[in-house]
Design a protein around this ligand. Sequence first.
Ligand code: SF4
Ligand code: SF4
Length: 102
Amino acid sequence: MPAATRVERLEARERNPKWKNAPFRIDMSICINCDTCIRHCPTQFGAIFNHGIDVVIIPELCSGCRKCLPPVCPVDCIYEDPDWVPAPGEWWEEPATDDPYS
Ligand code: SF4
Ligand code: SF4
């Protein structure tokens, strides 16, 4: 069954296969950890999290809606990532422990 809802995506750790846009990634060497993007990622996606000192996008949750891009991100460090790889396992712990959307 396609991961059509955020809950299903969290359970299956899968992107919605119907999403046409690539997910985005944060260049952590440029990011200033201001957390603004976290507040602007729509709740139905909820793809951005604090992970330790980093701010990360879980690509499987990111629809590519672009709502986190400048002027939201003040340093323009969020890039389209067509060659994305699955999120590390520990990133998936964040939605349960540090979910700003719950
Ligand atoms: S592109 Fe959209 S879904 Fe992806 S992290 Fe940015 S705001 Fe969230
Ligand atoms: S808005 Fe940009 S600088 Fe701020 S936390 Fe997000 S990616 Fe980092």
